[in-house]
Design a protein around this ligand. Structure first.
Ligand code: ASP
Ligand code: MG
Length: 418
């Protein structure tokens, strides 16, 4: 017997027929002999609808009241799922965020979970009752309802799994697992059986949006084993216990499997970057700080940074990337400070994309970056910037070439499915 937390997203909860199907999946999981808790999202589109009502009420809405409104979407689906489970003859009840409670801080609309009281939950699960918990909801220290930020029910599920020390947290989604790269770009992409937390974080942060990033950090911190699997399943689908999806686990657990470790686990592409170059920046202490200090204060997330060797004595070119959405603000901030920073020209380019190869295997292997550069060079793809971490190498290229680059790298690292 195991203790399992199952999470279903908005698409799976959209309407009576779909919730009934979810109830069937949950019932089968319990019948396999497990203790089960379920975390649910609001029906697809519902949170957007509720957010909109708040905006219509007052453009500068009070976030505490916003939370009261948007938390309602999950209240509806958790009650409905409990009803559907009961209709199938299961014992089930809902536990709202304030009832458990899910203790959070008071950052309304973006609250962080501090602790989940799990005694009542554990007792009910042990008595064979299926616990249905609305994702996204919490309770602040003053007793007011909070929500966790958009996409937060993934984080709710992982936090519940940590609180009840679940053997597994199964996240049912629109995709059937985590792939070596986007299958829409590379037909030969393979579904991964295992990914480590760190790899998943790198893949998530460079543009593969399977889970809310925060849920992955939490799973890593708490050691929660997470499975990503498809919610589009029927009675004949393999049981979740046989791991039909992708398991996100620690390095150590992966070490213990028979899986032959690949050098590279996955390749991600991110078209939402922009490149900024400042030419002829004074080559003196403080010049670079004068560029990036104001950007940091404005909460602009700078990613790749290159400072070229001064050609002419005393001057250098500085290039960096930032999110495309922040490009206009970045340009405005640097324009304002042109004299203090002391540069000649600012050149911005948003027709760039970042391609990253990720894998814990590269910690113990040399030559990963060289393989990447050679594979891209062979196809005439020019690299504009490079950055690396312990388990990732990223390059910035022309956005027209991103699909070709991903395909070429997928082949170069031997990831193509047979
Ligand atoms: N319903 C919330 C949202 O749409 C939370 C979630 O579904 O994860 O953001
Ligand atoms: Mg989601």
């Amino acid at each position: 017997m195991a203790r399992i937390v199952m999470k279903f997203g908005g698409t799976s909860m959209a309407g009576t027929e779909r919730i009934r199907r979810v109830a069937g999946i949950v019932k089968r999981q319990q019948e396999a002999g497990h203790e089960v808790a379920v975390v649910v999202s609001a029906m697809a589109g519902e949170t957007d609808r509720l957010v909109n009502f708040c905006r219509e009420a007052n453009a500068l809405y009070d976030r505490a009241e916003y939370d009261v409104v948007v938390a309602a979407g999950e209240q509806v689906t958790s009650g409905l799922l409990a009803l559907h489970l009961q209709a199938l003859g299961c014992k089930a009840r809902s536990w709202l965020g304030w009832q458990l409670p899910v203790h959070t801080d008071d950052a309304h609309a973006a609250a962080r979970i501090e602790d989940i009281t799990s005694d009542a939950l554990l007792a009910s699960m042990a008595a064979g009752e299926i616990a249905v918990i609305p994702g996204f909801q919490g309770l602040d220290p003053e007793g007011r309802v909070t929500t966790l930020g958009r996409g937060g029910s993934d984080t709710s599920a992982v936090a519940v799994a940590a609180a009840v020390q679940a053997d597994r947290c199964d996240i049912y989604t629109d995709v059937d697992g985590v792939y070596t790269t986007d299958p829409r770009i590379v037909a030969k992409a393979r579904k991964l059986k295992y990914v480590t937390y760190e790899e998943m974080l790198e893949l998530a942060s460079v543009g593969s949006k399977v889970l809310q990033t925060r849920s992955v950090s939490l799973a890593m911190k708490e050691g929660v084993r997470v499975q990503v699997l498809s919610s589009f399943i029927d009675e004949s689908a393999p049981p979740a216990d046989s791991i039909p999806g992708t398991m996100i686990v620690s390095d150590e657990e992966l070490e213990g499997t028979e899986m032959e470790r690949q050098l590279i686990t996955g390749i991600a592409a991110d078209k939402n970057e922009a490149k900024v170059t400042l030419t002829r920046v004074a080559d003196r202490p403080g010049a670079v700080a004068a560029i990036f200090g104001p950007l940091a204060e404005a909460n602009i997330n700078v990613d790749m940074i290159i400072q070229n060797i001064a050609k002419d004595k005393g001057e250098t070119d500085v290039t960096f990337t930032c999110p495309q959405a922040d490009l206009a603000r970045t340009q405005a901030l640097l324009e304002e400070r042109k004299d203090t920073i002391g540069y000649y020209r600012m050149i911005a380019d948003s027709k760039v994309a970042k391609v990253s190869v990720v894998g814990v295997g590269m910690r113990s292997h040399a030559g990963v970056a060289a393989t990447m550069f050679k594979a891209l060079a062979d196809r005439g793809i020019n690299i504009q910037a490079i950055s690396t971490s312990e388990i990732k190498v990223s390059v910035l290229i022309d956005s027209d070439e991103v699909e070709l680059a991903v395909r070429v790298l997928h082949t170069a690292y031997g990831l193509d499915a047979a």
